[in-house]
Design a protein around this ligand. Sequence first.
Ligand code: PLP
Length: 494
Amino acid sequence: MALSLRFSTNAFKGEEQRLRCTGLKTKSIHLKVSSGYRGRAGASLGSGFNTTEIPHQWYNLVADLPVKPPPPLHPKTFEPIKPEDLSPLFPDELIKQEASNDRFIDIPEEVLDIYRLWRPTPLIRAKRLEKLLDTPARIYYKYEGGSPAGSHKPNTAVPQVWYNAQEGVKNVVTETGAGQWGSALAFACSLFGLNCEVWQVRASFDSKPYRKLMMQTWGAKVHPSPSNATEAGRKILQMDPGSPGSLGIAISEAVEVAAMNADTKYCLGSVLNHVLLHQTVIGEECIKQMEAIGETPDLIIGCTGGGSNFAGLTFPFIREKLKGKINPLIRAVEPEACPSLTRGIYAYDYGDTAGMTPLMKMHTLGHDFIPDPIHAGGLRYHGMAPLISHIYELGFMEALAIPQTECFKGAIQFARSEGLIPAPEPTHAIAATIREALHCRETGESKVILMAMCGHGHFDLPAYEKYLQGSMVDLSFAEEKMQASLANIPLLVQ
Ligand SMILES: Cc1ncc(COP(=O)(O)O)c(C=O)c1O
């Protein structure tokens, strides 16, 4: 027997909640929330903690920085870019957000309404992993894999597509590495009725057919990159017909199509300020969730490709740190095969391989550096977000690089203790968390470690197969390859 009730309470800000009561045959009654709402109760996974609210504003770290980040430069004149230079690629509102100094930016109601499909996301204590590691550390993870596309990427795909739709744009193009960003954008486009075309890095296009099918299910057109559909792709294929591709090449292809078609705009899944901004819903929720259980993180860990999930979780905590309220260490984790923060140089470089985007001051391995095809396709980017590079230079955070076999070893421990099968990208955060938890076992410290678990790996199982069969190898980083790429940076301003 099931019974539906409607009621309103202060706790839910007066909104009507539709609750389904089950279990009436027994003495206990379990209440389950079964529709979209602003305040969310229950719905936790294991030892999960939920906020009562989705944040109504994104947080812009730039407003609180003691030194402002260096401006992007025009790719031809090397002068600071003007907003109109970006107009062929982005809608006006996103250009404004990119350069904004406002501390908070309101999230449009229509975007919030879609966020409610999966937000607030759970904060979970990894008690079983703690037990497995026999550590006194308390490990928490903020899980973004419950979104329709399975990662944090829809947090920015939805507002990006919404702002484009508001300004009458009908077609958007993008790149994707692992396919997580492409599927998030395809999902958002399907909600707002925009056409979506995606260039997927060849290595992932071949190894992750289900991501491609997800994009196609949501109505997107998907090309492998490099492709014959663009000048940038054809040039690469002429030099190397078997190229595994890279995010830099795929960005060149999508940017070229947007720049040449007046009715088409470009969307980026990471790196830019407005993308990092949209992801701050993660950290804002998490601050409240930790406060609610009386915990304060000593260490916050996230993986970095272009840096958006890491920024999303950490930037609001960095704000609180700047206010002197808390003092967590902030630690980024990157793949040993693509270590832009730990091995790259801090210089103005292009965001794409062909050199079409503005020059951004960032940690880079060189815009034509093609990382080896590791399984974490979303971390194969030659550069790091300028804002993250800037705060790294300011000493607000630290970074380390980990090889992929250690990451998958950690992922298996995580899956077998916590249940969730992580995407290859957050396995880097897991491996770094495990290193720290084992260190705590040695020292006896009961540190609170907070980790960004930015996506599930249900479509990445071939990588797990390789690991389980013992055939996964660590792809070592070639210093000479980086040096050759760095020599092609046009303007070396250190
Ligand atoms: C699940 C997942 N995590 C992390 C990343 C890396 O991107 P970012 O550093 O912007 O979070 C990606 C990129 O595709 C991803 O799909």
